[in-house]
Design a protein around this ligand. Sequence first.
Ligand code: AMP
Ligand code: ZN
Length: 113
Amino acid sequence: MRDCLFCKIVKKEIKADIVYEDDEIIGFNDINPQAPVHILVVPKKHIEDLTKIEKDDVRVMGRIMEVIKDIAKEKHLESGFRVVVNTKESAGQSVFHLHFHILSQRRFHWPPG
Ligand code: AMP
Ligand code: ZN
């Protein structure tokens, strides 16, 4: 995906503050943090949003959950964190490459805004 911002981060064409990386997944600090800890966990494969996941992607989705767990441990988020996946523009998605927000170290409200 030539014009996709997160594909460019995956290919290191755009710099990011990377906190986790393996063959399939990358994690980096959000450029406009909405909490003291705000990390994005992203499959390297270009998937537009949650509605575009295919059968072959299910394993890596599970691995993303494991990576989120590991980041939470490494960053000492045991007091709590929120995982958000904005899906489609009306839900707040602005980058159309699937990503999981990890937000932590402040109080969160429910229902979310
Ligand atoms: P969403 O609105 O759910 O699609 O989330 C996109 C997120 O990407 C936002 O929280 C942005 O602040 C973040 N973002 C945009 N550009 C960059 C970038 N170059 N590096 C890191 N995060 C970014
Ligand atoms: Zn992409």
